[in-house]
Design a binder for this molecule. Structure first.
Ligand SMILES: *Cc1c(COP(=O)(O)O)cnc(C)c1O
Length: 360
């Protein structure tokens, strides 16, 4: 059904192009490139008006479905550029396949994932001068789908926009690869079994902001979420997956429906296994983590996600207790994973799992 879809390219006139921001002031998601990808869906035509066009605003009806019932999904991925001009995407098809699972879960139309990788490559190539090359810097890519027709009935939209915007971003940690302090929440939950925690739907993030603010006011960077039923098992940290090294085993919670199946998470598991590390995907009670911290068996904790790749955890706080991890130092495995993943993403290391897609 998708064989005949073609993309048209409408370039932004040179004179209308934006000045590029200084590489050392990029931050995260503050600047957007000159072009975007865009397509429209309705029942009669399916996906149509497929184009790469000048970055532009939308005119939406105030009654557009997205504003009421939150039918919105997104992805987060990165394009990397080397000094010599080579450009790479990391596992882009996995992102688009995950986005199709998100679409299906909240009754939005699916799209051709493999074609989307081709269209994304065309967009990234067109925007190649926007890809920063500094250490840790990349072009962050945000595919998004929203329901747009005006209607107030609580039912799925009948018209959708799919678009991709891109933003040059700096190293996630301005202050370096330092361990973060994490706040363990047993009051709110991120996701419940049978809900939408395993898909990247917009409402999940709005629901997490309150607890995130509580944590930040108390001096913590991120929230470690526990399960919604017993407030006992570790699920995720902020918008990243969580790993612990307990004894000589790398452990992470299983994908049981409440956890987002991170592509970085999957890459960490596969890389660690290929190095001979014992990896277990199993429920991890927070008490087990605290006991391991006290007995010295908790060697490392770190989060994984596209934005920061690997984010080491130096301290966990729960109620009035503080549980240090590895004396607040970056762990050996976290450092090795961070270095190796970055090297693969930049095309500098062997790519045994065929994760990297070359652009141009
Ligand atoms: C996006 C996301 C992740 C990380 O996924 P990656 O594919 O590794 O970037 C983890 N948890 C949540 C809740 C997320 O939204």
């Amino acid at each position: 059904m998708w064989e005949n879809l073609e993309v048209t390219v409408e370039k932004t006139p040179e004179t209308a192009r934006k000045a590029k921001p200084a590489q050392d002031a990029l931050g995260f998601g503050k600047y957007f490139t000159d072009h975007m990808f865009m397509m429209v869906w309705n029942k009669q035509q399916g996906w149509h008006d497929i184009k790469i066009c000048p970055y532009q605003q939308f005119h939406l009806d105030p009654a557009a479905m997205i504003f009421h019932y939150g039918q919105g999904i997104f992805e987060g991925m990165k394009a990397y550029r080397e000094e010599d001009g080579q450009m790479f995407l990391f596992r882009p098809l996995d992102n688009f396949e995950r986005m199709n699972r998100s679409a299906q879960r909240i009754c939005m139309p699916r799209f051709p994932a493999e074609k989307m990788v081709q269209w994304l490559k065309a967009l990234v190539y067109l925007e190649r001068d926007w890809i920063p090359t500094g250490p840790g810097a990349a072009l962050y890519i945000r595919p998004t789908m929203i329901g747009v027709d005006p209607a107030l009935g609580a039912h799925p939209a009948s018209d959708y926009y799919f678009y991709i915007i891109a933003s040059p971003v700096g190293a996630y940690y301005a202050e370096g690869f330092n361990p973060t302090k994490i706040y363990v929440s047993d009051e709110q939950s991120r996701a419940a079994k049978g809900g939408v925690g395993n898909v990247k739907v917009a409402g999940n993030y709005a629901a997490s902001f309150y607890t995130q603010e509580v944590a930040q006011k108390a001096g913590y960077t991120q929230v470690l979420w526990l399960d919604a039923c017993e407030h006992r098992y570790c699920e995720e940290v902020g918008t990243s997956n969580i790993f612990f090294v307990i004894g000589d085993e790398l452990v992470t919670p299983p994908l049981d429906g409440t956890i987002l199946p991170g592509i970085t998470r999957d890459s960490v598991i596969k890389l660690a296994e290929s190095w001979g590390v014992r990896v277990a995907e199993r429920p991890i009670a927070i008490d087990e983590v605290f006991a391991a911290s006290k007995s010295g068996k908790l060697k490392e904790a770190f989060a994984s996600g596209t934005a920061a790749v690997i984010s080491p955890v130096g301290e966990l706080a729960f109620k009035d207790e503080i549980y240090p991890v590895n004396n607040g130092q970056v762990g050996e495995l976290a450092q090795r994973l961070y270095d190796e993943l970055q090297a693969i993403q930049h095309g500098r290391a062997a790519d045994p799992f065929k994760w990297v897609v070359r652009v141009g």
